[in-house]
Ligand binder design. Structure first.
Ligand code: ATP
Length: 235
């Protein structure tokens, strides 16, 4: 389980995240919600070690990760699907999936994890030899999620998976995320601007505004919250 406490982080002299505290429980989908520029991606960077927090704690199953390298954090089982997917577009689907096996352990289990990834996303097996850049946006997002699964995550972070995708494809991707959480006990941290879709799939959520946690609660509570309805759901 991930427990972030009192996290402050930013870029140079500019602080972006203010005293962020969140928890992600095992086998649950936890949503981080907020509009453009709220600080969601900055929070993901601070958790995954790509940005060093100025203060605060990032505990994962009891170990402190706040000052560790991104490689160390990856080795603990925190794997992210980055915003914009960041595939190697000239390489085939299979080659991209091979890039997800970064450690000795994930290399040793590559074939079985590949089989599982293809079970989640059968289309990728049909497209294994195709250059990733020639896939549709939805298929590319599937490759990005499958590549993360090859990394055998204990905590899977999805950063804005809905970006630029048709609503039904977003539903497919989020369904896979929530099924993985419930059936495989993987914790999922879902970062989303599409608050309706995120709350439909999440167990709990946090709303970030201007780098601070503005609201938190069960997904059903947030859906019913007057501020969320007015500011984000347009109802
Ligand atoms: P989006 O949904 O648009 O991706 P976000 O909630 O993920 O937004 P962030 O990308 O975390 O927001 O950005 C939060 C703030 O930090 C913004 O004001 C942004 O301009 C600033 N910021 C992001 N990256 C950098 C950087 N590398 N250097 C300086 N400022 C940055």
């Amino acid at each position: 389980m991930l427990k972030v406490e009192g996290l402050n982080a930013g870029y140079g002299a500019v602080n972006i995240l203010w005293d962020i505290s969140i928890q992600v429980a095992d086998g649950q989908v936890t949503a981080i919600l907020g509009s453009n520029g709220a600080g969601k991606t900055t929070m993901v960077r601070a958790i995954t070690g790509m940005l060093k927090p100025s203060s605060g704690s990032v505990l994962f199953n009891g170990s402190e990760l706040a000052k560790k390298s991104s490689r160390y954090i990856l080795d603990q089982g925190i794997v992210q699907v980055p915003e914009g997917r960041q595939l190697f577009t000239e390489m085939t689907v299979l080659e991209n999936l091979e890039m997800g096996a970064f450690s000795k352990q994930t290399k040793a289990h590559f074939q079985e994890n590949l089989k599982r990834a293809y079970q989640w996303f059968p289309k990728l097996e049909e497209r294994a030899k195709q250059a990733a850049g020639t896939l549709s946006g939805g298929e590319q997002q599937m490759v990005a999620v499958a590549r993360a699964l090859i990394g055998m995550p204990k905590l899977l972070i999805l950063d804005e998976p809905s970006l630029g995708l048709a609503p039904n494809i977003v539903d497919d991707i989020l369904n896979v995320a929530s099924t993985m959480a419930r059936e495989e006990g993987i914790s999922v941290l879902l970062v989303e601007q599409d608050i309706t879709k995120a709350l439909a799939c999440a167990d709990r959520g946090y709303v970030i505004e201007n780098g601070r946690i503005a609201l938190e609660g069960a997904a059903s509570e947030l859906e019913a919250n007057e501020h969320v309805k007015k500011a984000y759901l347009g109802i």
